[in-house]
Design a protein. Structure first.
Length: 277
């Protein structure tokens, strides 16, 4: 897949067939954050991340593309609470706004995580229902579907024997690439905040690198995932890559009637447009 954070994360997301709604997903205090995040289908999620917050507490989040629940927040790997649709849309837009203004949001991951937890509505059980349809900002819509290339190859085959040979050879090469990509996704998907920069580089050298005042972003555009590294360790991982979106599809971060001046780690909750919550 050309996706990614959770990259193994993504491998579980393709369970639903096009047009068929996946079964509801129930989350409770016993649920494991990573298991839940990986179970959310790509068409049902807008983004997902894990960050080390204050005192190295792990905060995880998955934004949802449709339904009554806008996002789900986890602390120390367990369910903490939810965001409304308006809150989740604003949280997404504000982090994108910060990134597009060359202040990659995860540089201040601990501050964003703190305000996220403060804004979440505590919950002991949540049921997520999915329509099975992909929206503009869903991970499935943002990431390329590798199956498209395979379909094109079959169409190109035609009846010319030379084309058949060429396409079959191309298909074998693409199969090897897919297997390699799968291995890379699985390797990247096993990484978590706190793991060493060396371990990340051993799995795969960065395809793109951005130097920050505090740390570096080791980015993998092919898999649309970012890792923020500071002091030799992973501090945050984000999927899809907000750095990538900011460069090529910044309009995805747009939300109408936003108070963009409030898009800071502490003030983003006040940027939520007026209206029903």
């Amino acid at each position: 897949m050309r996706h990614p954070v959770f990259l193994s994360l993504l491998l579980a997301a393709s369970a639903a067939s096009a047009g068929n709604a996946p079964p509801p997903l129930t989350i409770n205090s016993q649920s494991d954050a990573r298991t839940v995040i990986r179970a959310v289908p790509e068409e049902g999620a807008t983004d997902r991340f894990e960050v080390l917050a204050a005192e190295n507490e792990l905060v995880s989040y998955v934004g949802l593309s449709d339904g009554d629940v806008g996002g789900v927040v986890f602390r120390a790997g367990k369910l903490y609470g939810t965001l409304t649709r308006a809150q989740a849309d604003t949280f997404y837009a504000c982090r994108g706004y910060a990134t597009a203004r060359h202040q990659y949001w995860a540089q201040d991951a601990a501050r964003w995580a703190r305000s996220l937890v403060q804004s979440a509505h505590p919950a002991t059980e949540v049921e997520l229902r999915f329509t099975g349809k992909s929206t503009l900002k869903s991970i499935k819509a943002v990431l390329d579907n590798p199956a498209i290339g395979q379909v094109k190859a079959i169409v190109e085959m035609g009846t010319n024997p030379l084309n058949v040979v060429k396409v079959l050879s191309k298909t074998r090469d693409e199969h090897r690439k897919r297997e390699h990509d799968k291995d890379m996704l699985e390797g990247l998907g096993k990484l978590a905040p706190g793991d060493s920069e060396t371990r990340l580089a051993e799995v795969l050298h960065p395809e793109d690198l951005t130097f920050l005042e505090r740390g570096i972003i080791m980015a993998y555009p092919k898999y649309s995932v970012d890792f923020l590294v500071r002091d030799g360790a992973i501090q945050a991982l984000q999927q899809p890559s907000f750095l990538q979106i900011a460069r090529v599809k910044a309009a995805l971060f747009y939300a109408p009637n936003m108070n963009w001046a409030r898009c800071t780690p502490e003030a983003w909750p006040q940027a939520v447009p007026a209206g029903p919550q």
